[in-house]
Design a protein around this ligand. Structure first.
Ligand SMILES: Nc1nc2c(c(=O)[nH]1)N[C@H]1C(S)=C(S)[C@@H](COP(=O)(O)OP(=O)(O)OC[C@H]3O[C@@H](n4cnc5c(=O)[nH]c(N)nc54)[C@H](O)[C@@H]3O)O[C@H]1N2
Ligand SMILES: Nc1nc2c(c(=O)[nH]1)N[C@H]1C(S)=C(S)[C@@H](COP(=O)(O)OP(=O)(O)OC[C@H]3O[C@@H](n4cnc5c(=O)[nH]c(N)nc54)[C@H](O)[C@@H]3O)O[C@H]1N2
Ligand SMILES: [Mo]
Length: 763
């Protein structure tokens, strides 16, 4: 720890204003909030220009989330949090070499994440030399020489790791994985390992594809839409428009969530105000306030009702699936007592939902982190599969699976090869296109990479975007691991804590964002992305770059590859200067990318093949969709323990903190808070703002974090919630989901004591 940097986010403030949680999402406050963020960060002219280009056919793909664009777009597909994401990227480049010369990394690390992000865009490549306390400017050429010399000095390529965050375009990601594999490793951990990995595994094994099976139009034909463990009002605001339209067409919405999230109660589309329509739409017909981790029990109950009602598509089940009888037997052996106890719901509530589902001819199930980030993440998603398969709700209009992805191109990155554990079939095809041999041994995912760092087994770590230190679990362990590495390199747009807690030598390579013009060799380039529903389309920024020293991600990868490997494998430099050549190579190397350059030129792009959706066929070894059998997870904790979930506020994008408020939940001015059930508070004799210290418990290990303020909230008794990334130091590295190895960020067993009673210490 020679630089003595702070890995955990320091405390911002002691202020905390509380209001009643909101029951209505979007509306005028959303417009005002995004205008405020836009204008303060970009100025008026840039705000207008940017907001009229987002998600337009000739514009750029919104970096906010992976929700698809409707075919008939209004000139201004408004989304508050998309607007914030855009404004945040379009900030001026104030993080210059001069800025770094004035502030040591130690000094910067005492700023909160919110303050770090507010410093603006990074303007030039910089290097933090071994033993040095300040970053200093380095030329692009020297940076590549330093990196390639280091890479070429490492004898075992498996002692390196290459992380990807999900904003990276298909072109950059494809070229990057080609470089990493040409260099000799499959150590390609990515944010997906912490996100929808459980969905990929759960769906892949049962329906033969690790992706969702619905298109946006299916929302117009659904009878019932389940939204499970997801907070779209904050994280996928454009999804609310699809839900509103579905409601107007008569669909019923069931919201399964420990919290009554405002986004699913009432929605007022901001554009409707402009048309003089003041009505809002009630979205959820039924809110099931399930206990954290209680979804598996709830679904067993829902299955029981489908069986009782014979809501089974016998024709589909017998011709296209396997394993229903075993699944039914397992369901029958689960008692209502277990179901109601584990789910925290009454039998009546579950029956109401079950009957809605039994009557539905077309059901869509949407989910996000509330299901994936659990020890039984894969299993619980497979219970959702059981529920829908039974009624034949797949490959039918208005029905199917909808894991709602997070980062705007996280799905595309996986499709084009950002994957530490690719199948042989994928690699065979890749080798055919790339015309060189790629390694076969599976690599490290995020958790295994941290373990390897901690054990001194990593000599070089590269991050294509993201904020590895703060996004990963167990902040102190990750910090120790990162500081073990001789060299770390990050391609970034904004300053974050991963630039401060680094390897011995650290380099930042600043890149263009989505919103900015990308010109190579005098020609405007565009990139391509895949949304959450498998539609691949183009994205082209239009703004003047924040600094003339910024380079595009594809260019950076190409130059790094050329500098490290020469032209033995590919003509890297030429690829980085003309992205259509990268797309030709993708066509040759990937399934479903025929005529790629042609097809992405169409205004709405094209859909990748999806056998369950397109033809009710399943690419499993026996060609059938599979029911699966799962035990209920053990939800038992000690009497004085609580189960904690870590959440996003309305004012953040993952580890990027836009502000200290969480408007819908009525919290303002502070992020170090613990949402707690009011009866549980009374039991402890605590009031709003009581300061507590939290300890997490895992396999006899304890992790501590001090100075948290209690906030009363309608959350099930025994459950608490805190914000990510502040609480990540409490997430045990090895507490992960079975099979997907995703950290259980929604299931952290904790105890709390009031800090006044023990005289808490500074962290
Ligand atoms: N504005 C904005 N947009 C974003 C992001 C952002 O940070 N900000 N992040 C992006 C990314 S990468 C992702 S992955 C998505 C994340 O989108 P979400 O998954 O919606 O995000 P989380 O805040 O993690 O919220 C998870 C929800 O699950 C619920 N939940 C927790 N545990 C359980 C459980 O056991 N059962 C059930 N049924 N529910 C549970 C929580 O109450 C919460 O409402 O959003 C993407 N979009
Ligand atoms: N406790 C807890 N931990 C979690 C989660 C949780 O719910 N709870 N959620 C998990 C999930 S779902 C995810 S996806 C991960 C997110 O993990 P990451 O993807 O690693 O984190 P982000 O905060 O999205 O990364 C933000 C940084 O990306 C850089 N950046 C932004 N745009 C670009 C770009 O266009 N190009 C490049 N090169 N860089 C860019 C900026 O420098 C910015 O600071 O976190 C995970 N961690
Ligand atoms: Mo995510």
């Amino acid at each position: 720890m020679e630089r003595q940097v702070k890995a955990r986010t320091p405390i911002d403030t002691n202020a905390l204003h509380l209001k009643k949680p909101k029951t209505k999402a979007a509306g005028i406050p959303a417009v005002l909030s995004s205008a405020k963020h836009g204008i303060s960060k970009m100025g008026v002219a840039k705000t207008i220009k940017n907001l009229t280009m987002v998600n337009q056919k000739e514009g750029f793909d919104c970096p906010g989330c992976a929700w698809p664009d409707p075919e008939h777009r209004t000139t201004f597909e408004f989304c508050e949090n998309g607007a914030k994401a855009v404004a945040d990227e379009a900030m001026k480049a104030h993080v210059t070499p001069h800025f770094f010369s004035k502030h040591s990394v130690k000094e910067l690390s005492s700023l909160s994440d919110y303050e770090l992000n507010r410093k603006g865009r990074i303007s030039h490549p910089v290097i933090l030399e071994k033993g040095s306390s300040h970053y200093a400017e380095i030329s692009w050429e020297d940076a590549f020489t330093r990196i390639s010399n280091h890479l070429n000095s490492i004898t075992d390529p498996n002692r390196t790791a290459f992380y990807t965050s999900g904003r990276t375009s298909n072109e950059a990601a494809f070229l990057y994985q080609a470089f990493v594999r040409a260099y000799g490793t499959n150590n390609l951990p990515d944010c997906s390992n912490m996100c929808h990995e459980s969905s990929g595994k759960g769906l892949g094994q049962t329906i033969g594809i690790g992706k969702g099976t619905v298109s946006l139009d299916d929302f117009n034909h659904a009878d019932v839409i389940m939204v499970i463990g997801q907070n779209p009002g904050t994280n996928h605001p454009r999804m609310l428009t699809a839900l509103r339209d579905a409601k107007h067409r008569g669909a019923k919405i069931i919201h399964v969530n420990p919290l009554p999230e405002a986004g699913l109660m009432q929605f007022k589309h901001p554009q409707d105000y402009m048309k003089g329509n003041l009505k809002s739409t009630t979205l959820a017909d039924l809110h099931l306030g399930v206990r954290i981790g209680g979804d598996a029990a709830l679904i067993k109950g829902l299955l029981k009702i489908q069986i009782d009602q014979d809501a089974i598509d016998h024709e589909f089940v017998s011709s296209k699936t396997k394993g229903m009888d075993e699944m039914i037997a397992k369901t029958a052996s689960t008692t209502w007592e277990e179901i109601t106890k584990d789910s925290g719901l009454t039998r009546k509530e579950i029956e109401t939902a079950g009957l809605m589902l039994a009557k539905s001819n077309a059901t869509i199930a949407c989910w996000a982190m509330g299901l994936t980030q659990h020890r039984n993440g894969v299993a619980v998603i497979q219970e959702v599969v059981n529920l829908l398969l039974m009624g034949g709700h797949v490959g039918r209009q208005g029905a199917g699976f909808c894991p709602v992805r997070g980062h705007s191109n996280v799905q595309g990155d996986r499709t084009v090869g950002i994957w530490e554990a690719p199948s042989d079939a994928f690699l065979d095809r890749l080798e055919k296109g790339l015309e060189f041999e790629v390694p076969r041994e599976h690599g490290y995912d995020v958790v295994r990479a941290i373990d390897a760092m901690d054990k001194g087994k990593i000599d070089f770590f590269f991050c294509m975007g993201g904020n590895f230190l703060s996004a990963t679990p167990d902040t102190d362990v990750t910090s120790r691991g990162l500081q073990n590495i001789p060299m770390t390199v990050q391609v970034s747009t904004k300053l974050n804590r991963s630039h401060l807690v680094t390897g011995e030598t650290a380099i930042i390579l600043p890149c263009l964002g989505r919103t900015e013009l990308d010109i190579q060799n005098g020609t405007k380039q565009f990139v391509t992305v895949e949304n959450s529903m498998g539609v691949v389309h183009r994205s082209q920024g239009g703004l003047k770059p924040a600094s003339t020293s910024l380079k595009s991600e594809p260019w950076i990868v190409a130059e790094l590859a050329e500098s490290t490997l020469g032209v033995k494998h590919l003509e890297w430099r030429a690829l980085g200067q003309d992205y259509s050549k990268i797309r030709d190579l993708m066509e040759a190397s990937l399934v479903g990318f025929d005529n790629y350059n042609d097809r992405v030129s169409r205004p709405n792009g094209f859909e990748l093949p999806n056998p369950p959706r397109d033809s009710q066929s399943f690419s499993t070894p026996d060609g059938k969709a599979h029911f699966t059998v799962h035990d209920l997870p053990n939800l038992q904790v000690e009497d004085d323990q609580y189960v904690m979930m870590t959440l996003r506020s309305h004012d953040q994008y993952n580890t990027t903190i836009y502000g200290l408020s969480d408007r819908y939940r009525g919290v303002k001015g502070n992020r170090r808070i613990v949402f707690m059930n009011a009866n549980d508070m009374v039991e402890r004799g605590w009031k709003a703002r009581t300061e507590v210290n939290i300890t997490s418990h895992f396999l006899g290990e304890k992790r501590h974090s001090d100075h948290w303020l209690i906030v009363p909230y309608p959350i099930p008794s025994g459950n608490i919630a805190t914000y990510f990334p502040e609480a990540n130091s409490l997430v045990p590295l090895h507490s992960t989901a079975e099979q997907s190895n995703t950290p259980t960020s929604k299931w952290i067993v904790c105890s709390m004591v009031s800090s006044t009673s023990i005289g808490g210490e500074e962290e």
